[in-house]
Unconditional design. Structure first.
Length: 290
């Protein structure tokens, strides 16, 4: 099974309503007067991080990508649970873990450890509290909404290449992504739909369009880049930037810097348009586990 088929099969299992049909960034669980946001991500060596990468950076990225899912829900982080594969560099992993937890003032709640052969894997569950009700989802975008992104794309790709090739260029965007927790909380009352860009702008935008039952027409030239112009196509598809992608009323006064990159249009057979035309059926829109 590939990723999409496996998730589709999971939908046949008993699901809690908090799971939002497994079509969102996180579970949204209402308990009394509180709404909890729960998310879980796994990093695999050689897939999400490079073989032999500094374990301190792996710890940072592990927590940061989960906090990014909380950010897409406008949530206040409450804590994280860790799944750690023991091995070389555990001391460095602990250093990076301390750094990210202290930077975002997020406590460790617990977790589990395991010893196994490489490639190593690490898991993290992040728990947050919704600061706005209803918590933003992928499903609320409406025809006529404007589509925005909070910052330039392609920095993670440049960082990956710098780290892989040992050029000495800045690789921080790939090694230590920044979860936009404050920005997500500020945007939550204004957006109709929001998610973080982890698998590529085009793939994630299509997911938002499909979940919302509308179309999204992206003006590719309006997307801000952290790469040279001749690499625009790669930047739109590569992912790992963890900027926030959101839909909102085009007349809204936004509380954070953002770039308008498209418009929500009526639903059609093509949920995603690029400059008014559907991408080729053979185009790879983003990253999928196959």
């Amino acid at each position: 099974m590939d990723e999409a088929a496996f998730i589709a099969a999971l939908r046949a299992l008993p699901l809690h309503s908090a799971a939002r049909d497994l079509a969102d960034d996180a579970a949204v669980l209402e308990i009394g007067s509180e709404t909890l946001i729960l998310t879980h991500d796994v990093l695999a060596e050689g897939v999400h991080v490079l073989q032999g990468q500094d374990p301190a950076d792996i710890a940072w990225k592990l927590v940061a990508v989960n906090l990014s899912d909380l950010a897409a829900k406008g949530a206040e982080p409450l804590g994280v649970l860790l799944g750690h594969t023991l091995g070389d560099g555990d001391e460095r992993f602990l250093e990076g873990l301390r750094e990210v937890l202290e930077t975002y003032q997020v406590p460790l709640l617990g977790g589990d450890t395991v010893k196994s052969e490489s490639p190593r894997q690490w898991g993290c569950t992040a728990i947050g509290r919704a600061t706005h009700s209803p918590a933003p989802s992928r499903t609320g975008a409406k025809q006529g909404d404007a589509l925005f992104v909070t910052g330039p794309l392609g920095a993670a790709l440049a960082g990956f290449e710098a780290l892989r090739d040992g050029t000495g260029a800045d690789s921080a965007a790939y090694r230590r992504p920044t979860p936009l927790v404050d920005e997500g909380r500020a945007l939550a009352p204004l957006v109709t739909a929001m998610m973080d860009i982890s698998d590529g702008l085009l793939l994630d935008a299509r997911r938002m369009a499909e979940a919302s039952g509308i179309g999204l027409d992206i003006d590719t030239a309006a997307v801000p880049l952290a790469l040279p112009e001749d690499r625009r196509e790669e930047a739109l598809r590569w992912g790992d930037d963890y900027q926030l992608l959101f839909a909102a009323d085009p007349r809204a006064t936004l509380p954070v810097p953002a770039f308008r990159i498209g418009t929500a249009i009526a639903a059609s057979e093509h949920p995603l348009l690029l400059d008014g035309a559907p991408p080729a059926s053979t185009d790879r829109l983003g990253y999928l586990h196959r």
